[in-house]
Design a protein around this ligand. Structure first.
Ligand code: ZN
Length: 198
């Protein structure tokens, strides 16, 4: 982390070095370690301190450990599920809810996901068909759990699209934000019935 313009909190020297160390914390009577706890050392007077930027990074790492210890998915695990489903952060928020910036915040450990969101992500990740159903619900196309559609949907011709069938959903809909603009245009041209969403 660049530390230019950082001055020692004790002697105001600018000879400050960024350091990392293993630091032990306690959460709910259990110790845990943050392997890369960020702090600064003044080379003039030896004072150790944490800058606001380092503090923010440390807080995110500590919060991530808290949620792992609470049995919740880590930021990295959430990002992994989202990527596996082929979703941008914005598209993931549209499908799973939680607000426009929810996934950015979950993944950066700025906000801890609710238990309900955590379970939803795990189910969507591991049970076939759940993600597809959630996706249709987010589009208001699936109105009841026993798969009733508000409108007739048909399957996209996957063969012509040359993309993974997991990424094109029933209803001839291109998930918003999943593909690049160029790819979306390509898909729309190669299959006139496709409808973009978003
Ligand atoms: Zn100093």
């Amino acid at each position: 982390m660049p530390l230019d313009k950082i001055h020692c909190s004790a002697c105001d020297s600018s000879a400050v070095e960024a350091m990392v160390a293993v630091e032990t914390f306690t959460y709910k009577h259990t110790n845990f370690e943050v392997e890369e706890f960020n702090y600064s050392v003044c080379k003039e007077c030896g004072t150790e301190f944490v800058t606001p930027k380092q503090g923010k990074l440390n807080d995110q790492k500590i919060r991530d450990q808290h949620r792992i210890m609470d049995g919740l998915l880590s930021g990295r695990a959430i990002r992994g599920i989202r990527k596996k489903l082929g979703l941008t952060q914005h598209a993931a928020a549209q499908v799973f809810g939680g607000g426009a910036n929810a996934f950015s915040k979950y993944e950066k450990c700025e906000v801890i996901q609710s238990v309900a969101m955590d379970r939803l992500l795990r189910v969507a990740d591991s049970v076939p068909g759940v993600y597809e159903a959630l996706y249709l619900i987010s589009l208001k196309l699936l109105v009841a759990p026993n798969i009733q559609y508000k409108q007739t949907v048909s399957l996209c011709d996957y063969g012509e699209c040359e993309v993974s069938d997991a990424k094109i959903l029933p209803g001839n809909i291109i998930p918003y934000g999943v593909f690049s603009k160029k790819k979306e245009k390509q898909l729309k041209t190669s299959n006139k019935n496709l409808i973009g969403y978003g």
